[in-house]
Design a protein around this ligand. Structure first.
Ligand SMILES: [Zn+2]
Length: 360
């Protein structure tokens, strides 16, 4: 492989600002790149990109996926090489998540064509808006896709890592509604802060069991110092590797809200939104396929490892759509932070891995 060419493409990609919702320029760059290679690229109605590269007859097609958007601070990124790593030269993320994968897909495609390697049919999907809820994958035009199996390379783990489980995820917005009154007239008030205090006494926050996490991220309430707050809003989330446990905890949470609310003669409103379906391949009949993938990883000279993650990715959506998608380590480190970095040898590893995954 040509590592200089890969790094060069990576630098070009990260220098194009593409915070979620602003993917037009990166999309044009990727589309031009494939067009210049003589490959047809399609855009679906949502703005995801799709490329199909034909391969050996009678072999199972496979898809690769990377997302085009980044988190903030992700503008005016100045990548630079620092020893064995590529780092961000300014107060921004680097964008290795997920542009290292895009650069490595470019390199793998070039190698397949230059060396005229035999390979399976390869479909490549570049999604939009992954970072805020995998909306690109949700809205992808699945009629384009022929593969049943595929790979995202979007886990901040060493190349060779396979994510075997990712949580179901629901967020909620809760309003505890009492009645505001001047601080001196507490008999007229229904203090929403006390409702919240009692509610917190009935529930656990943090890790509920080995599979489930409950978090409250935002609490808002009150208007002025000398007024008893009449309403408090709470934004939180439940994530669990088990849908059953998630549902049970959600039910338990709402039952407790009802009990507390009743004591105060207050009311509440809650809205749960299922953001992401989870998956769990551990111990299932998919083990054989995962073993095959592990063998390929070893074939590429890498160390195969499986992990369970608390994060979600486009793979959650693909799996929920009945495809079999493994999210793989992309070699990036400290993603979503200004310390994000990418080891250069991991880019080489990622290209090697892609090549064995697409081999016949
Ligand atoms: Zn990512």
């Amino acid at each position: 492989m040509n590592i200089d060419r890969t790094i060069d493409n990576f630098f070009k990609l990260v220098k194009i600002d593409s915070p979620t919702g602003e993917e037009e320029r990166i999309k044009a760059f990727i589309a031009d790149w494939f067009t210049n290679c003589g490959l047809a690229i399609k855009e679906d109605l949502y703005g995801n990109l799709y490329v199909r590269i034909s391969g050996k007859k009678d072999t199972e097609p496979v898809f690769f996926c990377a997302h085009m958007d980044t988190v903030e601070p992700g503008r005016n990124i100045k990548p630079k090489i620092n020893g064995q790593y590529i780092v961000s030269g300014g107060p921004t993320i680097l964008g290795a998540d997920n542009k290292a994968t895009i650069a490595c897909i470019f390199e793998a495609v070039l190698i397949l064509r230059e060396k005229k390697l035999d390979h399976r049919p390869l479909e490549i999907i570049f999604t939009r808006s992954e970072e805020i809820g995998n909306y690109g994958a949700v809205n992808f035009d699945y009629s384009l896709l022929k593969s049943k199996k595929g790979f995202c390379f979007d886990s901040s783990n060493p190349v060779g890592t396979i994510v075997t489980a990712s949580p179901h995820y629901e967020r909620f917005d809760l309003s505890l509604i009492g009645r505001a009154a001047h601080a001196s007239r507490h008999s007229e008030a229904i203090n929403a802060l006390l409702i919240l205090k009692d509610l917190l006494g009935t529930i656990k926050i943090g890790k509920l069991d080995e599979d489930t996490i409950f978090n409250v991220g935002v609490v808002n309430g009150g208007k002025v110092r000398n007024t008893i707050p009449g309403e408090i809003t709470v934004k939180g989330e439940i994530r669990s590797l088990s849908q059953k446990k998630l549902s049970a905890n959600k039910f338990f949470f709402e039952e407790n809200i009802k009990k507390v609310i009743k004591q105060y003669k207050a009311r509440y409103e809650i809205k749960f939104v299922k953001e992401n379906p989870g998956y769990n391949f551990a111990g299932s009949r998919t083990t054989r396929y995962i073993d095959e993938v592990k063998k390929k990883i070893t074939e590429a000279g890498l160390q195969a490892k499986t992990v369970v993650t608390w994060g979600v990715s486009d793979a959650n959506i693909f799996n929920n759509r009945g495809l079999f998608c493994l999210n793989m380590g992309d070699g990036s480190e400290f993603s979503h932070s200004e310390n994000e970095r990418m080891k250069i040898t991991e880019m080489e590893n990622l290209v090697k891995l892609m090549l064995v995954l697409v081999s016949g």
